[in-house]
Design a protein around this ligand. Structure first.
Ligand SMILES: [Zn+2]
Length: 931
């Protein structure tokens, strides 16, 4: 018996709906539906087995319920197919068309729920994904990204594996499976879809309209297509000067019409692929380890092999852009050094430049553990290997194509400007990255589904294409090298090529001058990890809507320990917004929306307007800074602005927590995509989805603390949305440049706190008004702007408001009274576990009925009498009053109706830090502290 889909009645404004049509008509229209606090649920009984058939059934039920709901609320028009998903797709997902095999279907889960990556179960180019939740017992819960896409099954083999064709057209559902209030549920919180556009169609739609023409149906088309590709192979290779044996076709799209210049009738297709060049420029002197890979696309008729057109005559390069050691934990420009202990010497940026002497730079190195190193080999067997560089490093010459080895003493003796230091730094920075993924419960083996898991790191290398191929350049690049596909599908290999941090200054050792390698810059390495993360899920190096996510990773990873983030002198004010302060690049992550750094504004416009096939020509570094500014803001809201209560320096623990949460959301968010996203709005939605993939808590190891911190899932989605809104997303008008913050959700009720109404960013003040999430210090002492109030009066008057544009009706109120002891101005008071809050709930939940609802921009007062007496006979120093307001269109994260992991079903969190994280990231919650 199929699992039962519960009645689903989301608030109209709890449902976010967007349809993005590309202005040029030359990119995939995208539908985004997101409802994190109003999930559709399916309650499972003991007898229900959660298997793929069950998920498919629930998915189809959801699509039907979603369509009815969107029609009822007027988001789409009934009977208008153009508004919604193609009927041919829904037919195929349902009972199927009249063809013998389906050509559009739900794609199988990878990995299966019961086993991981194995040779018998290789990842497919596109599939549905099973993302087990971090730190849960196996089988206890996880998220399913259920993908429906185009497939072509093998001829005569009805039971054979489905073959996704990689057209990037299809549907994605986000399903969370786990226990909530003692029952097992499947909760669906989002749907996105990519539709065909312009001259493209999908086979299901084509066959529905011209079903007569192909009697063999999808099977015939598949065998025709295979035959055509075989004959095209040598033609493509010859024309594009690629090695024939290396050609891989991996993306197919069907075309609606026949090219005008062609005599061939019938259905045409476009195939894209990659191959390795054979020209002289691609004849490497270093033993073939980094040959250039090129992409191409071909158009041809499915039946008949004459008249095929190789579309991109110009191939576009896919190249984009001992146990202890002394290394730069942060680059010298940003290392906090003695500032950790309050020693704030005058910060001198000049004295920290890459041009300084070895002795000067050496002062910024720290002794670290070379985690996981075995026998001096700079590799982690499954994750990565640092290779020798025989063309650039003389002592490597006898060791071509080998993993670099160091001796037991190298780690501590290698000088700043030495190749050994560069190689060790590459190793160390990579191990930090992979260790962090594992700390998050994200297994790299499962993350890197579209590439080989093991990456190749070339610690001293040339940069191609361009003039840097002799390695005398300040740069780093990631390349994706296709592996020849003979028979079975092979995955590309990720290669990172690292050149120099500085050209003119070298240390002369024996007879070879040794430079400062760029691998010593952790921030640059993190930029390149951004390309790894994109490649691992999409087999591409860049996003379509910006260069990558690497600048955001670099900024957010580096900030907690950065001297440049110290608020005590002018340092943070002057330098904190520089993304690459040491090996200097002009990129920043504090760009102001008013200056055009807006998702709906001037500096993103060229990427909004460019057709998909032209996007690669735009490097997207401007949009990357819009993204890094957005995600750095998210980090600041989550705690990155918090100061230590004793010395007013950075609160390292709270900042590191915020940093790790953002990194988790990014990496997990990328893992929730099926098809490569077309618009930045999809990335926002994916981060919201990722927030919910923490079903228990994310256990974070903090550098300064022995104890781990438990971050609750479901707390971040509102501040994610606001971070993008503040950077210009969600404009009323998409076609015009809007260099200002976007629109709030239609209903956004709030309990007023003491945050400023404007945000200082990029040297300007941006107005946001009441109820917004302007980043503030989240400490329990000092200004306490995140609280609703701190004064002692007879009654506590909370001010309630609505940031949205639609009245909020029937607001329910819950109140808890708490007491807590100790001195809030003592370091770690909020997290050391010695001062837990005891809670009582003295008032019944109440509904505030206002005649016409709480109007936009109106504020109302809500009085709570000051609690008296000593309810539990325990000594305490502070009283706490927590208020939660919630309504159908804007649920509080703590409201059990929202079914989020952070719901308050009994009493609120008892650890003060955990309470602050819950309250500060949801404007539906207000906290009053009395002394
Ligand atoms: Zn890059």
């Amino acid at each position: 018996m199929a699992a039962r889909f519960d009645t689903w009645k989301p608030g109209k404004h709890a449902l976010f709906f967007d349809r993005i049509n590309h202005p040029s008509g030359e990119d995939r229209p995208t539908i985004i539906v997101s409802h994190p606090t109003a999930a559709a649920s399916c309650t499972l009984s003991e007898k229900d087995a959660i298997n793929f058939d069950c998920l498919k059934g629930v998915g189809l039920d959801y699509l039907k319920a979603l369509k009815a709901t969107l029609e009822e609320y007027g988001y789409i028009c009934a009977g208008q197919e153009a508004d919604w998903l193609p009927q041919a797709w829904l037919d195929e997902l349902g009972n199927g068309t009249s063809f013998k095999v389906k050509c559009f279907d739900w794609l199988p889960l990878w990995p299966s729920m019961s086993c991981g990556r194995s040779p018998e179960n290789p990842p497919q180019p596109v599939s549905s994904y099973w993302l087990p939740h971090a730190h849960e017992k196996p089988g206890a819960g996880g998220t399913v990204i259920l993908i429906a896409g185009e497939i072509l099954q093998g001829e005569g083999d009805h039971a054979g594996p489905l073959q996704p064709i990689g057209s990037d057209f299809g549907i994605r559902l986000v399903m969370h499976i786990g226990k909530f209030q003692n029952e097992t549920h499947i909760l669906i919180s989002a749907m996105t879809a990519h539709l065909p556009f312009g001259e493209y169609t999908t086979l299901a739609q084509h066959l529905l309209s011209t079903g007569e023409k192909f009697n063999g149906g999808p099977q015939q088309i598949r065998s025709d297509l295979e035959r055509v590709l075989n004959t095209q192979n040598c033609k493509v290779a010859r024309q594009l000067r690629l090695r024939e044996k290396t050609l891989v076709f991996n993306k197919f799209r069907f075309l609606t019409g026949v090219p005008a210049t062609s005599g061939d009738e019938g259905l045409w297709f476009e195939a894209s692929g990659q191959g390795i060049g054979l020209g002289s420029a691609e004849n490497p002197k270093d033993g073939g380890s980094h040959t250039l890979a090129y992409g191409f696309s071909v158009r041809a008729p499915v039946a008949g092999d004459s008249g095929a057109k190789i579309r991109t005559g110009n191939a576009h390069s896919l190249v984009t852009g001992a146990n202890k050691a002394m290394i730069f934990r942060q680059d010298p420009a940003s290392w906090r050094g003695a500032a950790l202990h309050g020693d704030l010497d005058d910060y001198d940026w000049q004295a920290r430049r890459p041009t300084r002497t070895d002795v000067q730079l050496n002062a910024f190195r720290s002794k670290v553990d070379l985690r996981g190193i075995v026998g001096g080999k700079l590799e982690r067997k499954k994750d990565f290997a640092v290779f020798t560089a025989p063309n650039y490093v003389k002592t490597d010459r006898p060791f071509k194509n080998q993993v670099k080895e160091i001796s037991a003493s190298d780690g501590l003796s290698a000088g700043v400007r030495s190749n050994t230091h560069t190689a060790i730094s590459a190793y160390r920075n990579c191990s930090v990255f992979y260790d962090l993924m594992r700390e998050f419960g994200i297994d790299p083996e499962l993350y890197f589904a579209r590439t080989e898991q093991r990456a190749e790191i070339h610690y001293r290398s040339g940069i191609r294409p361009g003039k840097g191929k002799d390695g005398q350049t300040v740069n780093a690049r990631v390349a994706l090298t296709p592996v020849a596909a003979k028979g079975t599908a092979k995955l590309s290999i990720m290669e990172m090529h690292l050149a120099l941090a500085n050209l003119s200054h070298r240390t002369r050792r024996s007879d070879q001058a040794e430079p400062l390698g760029i691998a010593t810059s952790m921030r640059w390495m993190w930029h390149e990890f951004g390309h790894f993360l994109i490649a691992g899920r999409f087999n591409e190096l860049e996003f379509r809507f910006c260069h990558s996510i690497g600048d955001a990773l670099a900024a957010v990873y580096a900030d907690p320990e950065s001297r440049l983030a110290d608020p005590r002198d002018e340092c943070a004010k002057r330098f904190r917004g520089l993304t690459f302060p040491w090996v200097f690049l002009t990129r920043r992550h504090d760009r102001c929306v008013l200056d055009g750094w807006s998702w709906g504004g001037t500096l993103h416009r060229s990427l909004i307007d460019a057709p998909e096939y032209q996007r690669k020509a735009h490097k997207g570094y401007l949009s990357e800074q819009i993204l890094s500014s957005t995600l750095f803001r998210l980090y600041l809201i989550l705690g990155g602005q918090t100061q230590d209560v004793e010395d007013a320096g950075p609160d390292y623990n709270t900042r590191e927590t915020a940093s790790k949460v953002v990194l988790y959301l990014i990496i997990r968010g990328l893992q929730t995509f099926g098809h490569i996203p077309a618009a930045a709005e999809e990335l926002e939605a994916a981060l919201v989805d990722a927030d919910r993939t923490v079903s228990g808590s994310l256990v974070l190891e903090l550098i300064e603390e022995d104890q781990a911190y438990h971050w609750q899932g479901g707390q971040a989605h509102k501040v994610i949305r606001w971070s993008f809104e503040a950077q210009g997303m969600h404009q009323l008008e998409r076609q015009e440049n809007r260099n200002m913050p976007g629109m709030p959700p239609p209903v956004d009720i709030y309990v007023k706190d003491h945050r400023p109404h404007s945000e200082w960013t990029g040297g300007r003040n941006v107005e946001h008004g009441s109820g917004a999430y302007v980043p503030v210090c989240l400490a329990w002492a000092g200004g306490r702007c995140w609280m609703a109030g701190t004064s002692n009066h007879e009654t506590l008057t909370f001010h309630l408001g609505n940031r949205g544009s639609v009245p909020a009706r029937d607001i329910s109120v819950r109140i808890w009274i708490g007491s807590v002891g100790g001195d809030t101005a003592k370091r770690h008071w909020d997290r050391d576990g010695e001062n837990l809050i005891s809670w009582i709930s003295p008032y019944k939940p109440q509904i505030i009925c206002i005649d016409k609802g709480l109007q936009p921009d109106a504020e109302m007062q809500y009085d709570v009498p000051v609690p008296r007496g000593d309810p539990d006979g325990v000594e305490f120093t502070h009283r706490l009053v927590l208020i939660e307001i919630s309504c159908q269109d804007d649920r509080a994260n703590s409201d059990p109706e929202a079914m989020l992991p952070c719901a308050i079903t009994g009493t609120p969190p008892t650890l003060p830090r955990a309470l602050a994280d819950l309250v500060a990231n949801d404007n539906n919650l207000g906290l009053w502290m009395l002394s």
